[in-house]
Design a protein around this ligand. Structure first.
Ligand code: CA
Length: 418
């Protein structure tokens, strides 16, 4: 018989927007077809238990879940869900008139909508919704059945009803009266609660305390749904059995997910900004490196390099522009010192300008020396030559001292040297 069982259920626990859920339907051990239908499209979870015999009961239950799938509101709204059930009722009646299924076919429907900590149920017939709250099972719906009426009237105990010959007589179903209305329930649920929606193939075969035990014990919703079906089959499987188990994960979970998405987005934004800054910095650094220049002592001569000595932000760029004939030893001591590690300037043009000034300075000095020597050679220049040399030496020293502390612009240097 097992081989003939139909599985229309979710094979694995799935995650909806605000819940995790699992489901399974089974033909049972005695029936030759499965008249139950189910839909698990969070926040909608519905079971329909068709009746009317082969090619009728399953048609009615399938129409019911299909209409619900199309017409149920997007979010829990009892009035709107009620209207969807009424439409399903009219659709079944209409289908029978059109020759789909059979006249008199019908179905129960128990449609739950669970979103965050909000649960609504629309119900016609004897399929049930239960809630496991803090480990205790509560039946949320009231059966539209002869047994429920007799129990309420005090004519039967629930235990007697279980084996009563009229136990499957239902007093309200979709498919007969166009004015049939569902009972509507609105239930406060809490995170950690568990919703069960099932056909009577479960509730008539498995005692409430055993259902409670399985719901409390088997954490995974899909395994739990499957285990409940197994219990019904183990108890005899007299009817088709359909089970949906959905966990209330609540708004806390939704908030957490939204936060997680927001956080991810924020991280993404920060990364983008960081990349932009790094990009801009890299671009800026690159621009700086390729525009900057420096002068350096290279084998005793002043050389001009494009780039910077060493590196900037881990980047280095250095390219020889020209080696000059300017001897470092001809420059004032302060300059010589700066040239050892490279004297940074804004551009190659600025470097070349500086070299020209050095050269002019050196040339002027050489000319002065030459002129001084020429004057000395003109007989009376000995004292004046030494005076000039002493003056120049003092000037050079004092200028050099100033350079060490705060190197003046080339014009000052020239002026000081002059
Ligand atoms: Ca049934």
């Amino acid at each position: 018989m097992a081989a003939e069982r139909s599985y229309k259920s979710t094979p694995h626990t799935r995650k909806g927007a605000t819940t995790t859920f699992g489901s399974r339907t089974d033909i049972g051990c005695l029936r030759d077809h499965n008249e139950d239908s189910l839909i698990v499209t969070p926040p909608l979870f519905a079971v329909a238990d068709g009746m009317g015999g082969h090619a009728a009961g399953e048609v009615a239950s399938e129409i019911a879940v299909n209409v619900l799938a199309e017409r149920a509101p997007a979010h829990p709204d009892p009035e709107a869900l009620g209207r969807a059930v009424e439409e399903a009722n009219r659709a079944i009646i209409h289908a029978a008139h059109e020759g789909r299924g059979r006249e008199g076919m019908g179905t129960t429907v128990t449609a739950a909508m669970l979103e965050g900590e909000r649960l609504i149920v629309a119900q016609v017939g004897d399929s049930r919704a239960y809630l496991l709250h803090q480990g205790k099972l509560q039946q949320l719906t009231r059966d539209h059945s002869l047994m429920a009426d007799m129990i309420e009237a005090g004519q039967l105990t629930p235990e007697e009803a279980r084996t009563h010959p009229n136990r499957s007589v239902i007093t309200r179903a979709l498919g007969s009266d166009p004015h049939t209305q569902p009972d509507l329930y609105e239930i406060n649920v809490e995170t950690g609660d568990r919703l069960l929606v099932c056909s009577d193939g479960l509730s008539s075969m498995v005692r409430d305390q055993d259902i409670e035990s399985v719901l409390a014990r088997v954490r995974d919703p899909q395994r739990c749904a499957s285990q409940l079906v197994n219990e019904a089959i183990a108890a005899g499987g007299h009817d088709n059995v359909t089970v949906i188990v959905a966990d209330v994960t609540g708004f806390a979970e939704v908030r957490r997910k939204k936060m997680a998405r927001k956080t991810k987005f924020s991280i993404a934004l920060v990364l983008v900004l960081f990349a932009a800054i790094v990009g801009a910095t890299a671009w800026g650094t690159n621009e700086y490196l390729h525009n900057a220049a420096y002068l350096v002592d290279q084998d005793g001569k002043v050389a001009i390099y494009r780039g910077v000595p060493g590196n900037v932000f881990g980047l280095s760029y250095s390219e020889l522009v020209k080696s000059t004939d300017v001897a470092v030893s001809d420059l004032q001591p302060g300059f010589q010192e700066r040239l050892k590690d490279g004297w940074r300037v804004d551009s190659v043009e600025a470097a070349e300008e500086l070299v020209k000034e050095y050269q002019a300075d050196i040339d002027a000095k050489a000319k002065q020396d030459k002129d001084g020597a020429a004057s000395g050679n003109a007989a009376n220049g000995g004292a004046s030559n030494s005076a000039a040399a002493a003056e120049e030496g003092g000037g050079a020293d004092s200028t050099g001292g100033t350079h060490d502390a705060n190197p003046p612009a080339p014009a000052d240097t020239q002026g000081g040297a002059a």
